[in-house]
Design a protein around this ligand. Structure first.
Ligand SMILES: Cc1cc2nc3c(=O)[nH]c(=O)nc-3n(C[C@H](O)[C@H](O)[C@H](O)COP(=O)(O)OP(=O)(O)OC[C@H]3O[C@@H](n4cnc5c(N)ncnc54)[C@H](O)[C@@H]3O)c2cc1C
Length: 263
């Protein structure tokens, strides 16, 4: 039997490729497994094809988590500035769009190539498309059963991403594995999404579809999940409902049945 991997990373998207590159460059023997024909598809479509890769003003206050301390320690070890330096090392041209948002001038594909470049530096092996049938822990190591054999590893990183856009490979695989190992799972729900009207109550707003205007928006409820929010941003009326940065931001705090206040 060959020597086990130090880490098998399941999922070769933004998180999996970044993690693999760092681990590989620390001298770890790393294997990435992904079921997709093409890697990094969600990065490719991000930011309208130009990838909004970070924000100049990124701070722990911009992240939603039931454990706000986690992001403090994560950002203390690797900040937005560190990522910008990496982008500059790869000579990727970028620009600031709105309130510190940084986008590639040319294409999100450059970010995928950069992450692949980091993996190559760390001698990371990437195997895809591979079907992962089961993961188990036996005799002090992880066994990853795939359609092309069994991999042995000291550790496993689950990086299969969230549920949006199943057409490009998204699955609930990591959630299923978490449940298999009895980890507490917070029910996933959409965030950073537009809101659709589900009754005819707002039909008279259809005539205004396409109109964008600055608003003050408030949503959420005190003491529940992430609490309440207030944003001063643009709202866009669409044929289906409400969108624009104000609504996308507020959607992360809103729960069905609650009021949203818009001024
Ligand atoms: C339309 C759109 C635009 C976006 N724009 C931006 C933006 O501009 N800026 C930004 O920061 N974020 C943006 N996002 C969010 C961003 O794309 C995601 O947060 C990011 O890609 C998540 O990375 P990830 O590695 O966690 O997951 P993914 O990138 O989804 O990667 C998961 C990987 O796991 C693989 N996988 C899934 N299930 C399995 C399985 N069972 N077996 C093996 N492999 C599996 C998938 O094939 C995929 O390669 C956008 C998202 C969307 C949908």
């Amino acid at each position: 039997m060959s020597k086990p991997w130090d880490a098998v990373i399941i999922g070769g998207g933004a998180a999996g490729l970044f993690c693999s590159g760092v681990a590989g460059q620390l001298g770890k023997k790393v294997l990435v497994l992904d079921h997709a024909e093409v890697l990094g598809e969600k990065i490719r479509i991000s930011g309208g094809g130009r990838c909004n890769f970070t924000n100049l003003h990124s701070s722990p206050a911009n992240f939603l988590s039931l454990n706000p301390h986690y992001v403090k320690s994560a950002l203390a070890r690797y900040s937005a500035q560190d990522f910008i330096k990496l982008v500059q090392t790869y000579r990727i041209a970028y620009h600031e769009k709105h309130q510190g948002q940084l986008f590639c001038d040319d294409s999100a594909k450059q970010i995928i190539d950069m992450l692949m470049g980091e993996c190559a530096k760390g001698k990371v092996q990437i195997r895809h498309p591979v079907v992962i049938n089961a993961i188990s822990y036996e005799g002090g190591e992880w066994l990853i059963q795939t359609d092309s054999g069994v991999e042995h590893s000291r550790s496993v990183v689950m990086a299969t991403g969230g549920l949006p856009v199943p057409a490009i490979g998204a699955t609930a695989f990591s959630l299923d594995i978490a449940k298999q190992y009895g980890l507490r799972v917070i029910d996933p729900r959409p965030a950073l999404v537009p809101l659709s009207f589900t009754s005819g109550e707002f039909e008279n707003l259809n005539a205004l579809a396409g109109l964008s205007l600055p608003v003050r928006i408030a949503a959420g409820s005190k003491g529940d999940r992430y609490g309440t929010c207030r944003f001063h941003e643009d709202l866009l009326l669409t044929h289906k409902g409400l969108s624009g940065p104000a609504v996308l931001q507020a959607s992360s705090y809103w729960a069905e049945g609650e009021a949203i206040h818009i001024d």
